[in-house]
Write a protein of this length. Structure first.
Length: 146
C-alpha cells in the first residue's frame, strides 16, 4: 500500500508539472492585458493523510480567481494555505474563505480570505476530510499574475 501511494504521489507531481499552463489576452495594441495560470492536481484515493504532502509554487505574485474540484464518489474537503519558503512544513494563512467540499457534480469558489499570493513560496494543499470512498479528487486552481 505504501509503494502504491508513493507511486500515486509521483504521478501526481508529474500531472501538476505537465498540467500548469498559461493563457494570455492581448489587446489591440499588442500589450498583454491579462495573464492567467492554472494548476491542476489529481490525487488518487484521497485521505486526510495526504495533507501537507502536495505543495506548488506560482512563478510570480498572483491573485487567486477560482478553485474548482470534483470527485468520482463521496466527497473530499480541501483548503489551501500559503507558507513561507524557509518553513514549508509550518501551516500558513488559509486561502479559501471556508473549506471546499468536492463532490461528484463539481464545486467552485471565487471567494478567498487570502487571494494574494507571493511568487516562489509554497502553496500547500490540505485535505481536511473525506466521506464515502472517493478514488480520485480533481482540483483546478486559477490565478492572475499581478
Amino acid at each position: 500500500m505504501v509503494v502504491k501511494k508513493a507511486a500515486q504521489l509521483v504521478c501526481l507531481f508529474l500531472l501538476v508539472a505537465v498540467s500548469a499552463f498559461a493563457q494570455t489576452k492581448i489587446n489591440a495594441t499588442n500589450q498583454i492585458k491579462e495573464l492567467t495560470l492554472t494548476k491542476s492536481i489529481d490525487i488518487f484515493a484521497p485521505t486526510t493523510a495526504d495533507t501537507n504532502k502536495i505543495q506548488f509554487y506560482w512563478p510570480r505574485a498572483v491573485t487567486l480567481q477560482r478553485v474548482a474540484c470534483s470527485v468520482d464518489t463521496g466527497t473530499a474537503t480541501i483548503q489551501f494555505d500559503e507558507r513561507a519558503e524557509a518553513t514549508p512544513n509550518t501551516a500558513g494563512t488559509d486561502a479559501l474563505n471556508s473549506a471546499l467540499a468536492c463532490d461528484t457534480d463539481s464545486e467552485v469558489t471565487t471567494s478567498f480570505s487570502d487571494s494574494g499570493h507571493a511568487g516562489d513560496v509554497p502553496i500547500n494543499l490540505q485535505i481536511t476530510a473525506t466521506s464515502g470512498t472517493p478514488t480520485i479528487v480533481r482540483i483546478h486552481v486559477k490565478a492572475q499574475i499581478n
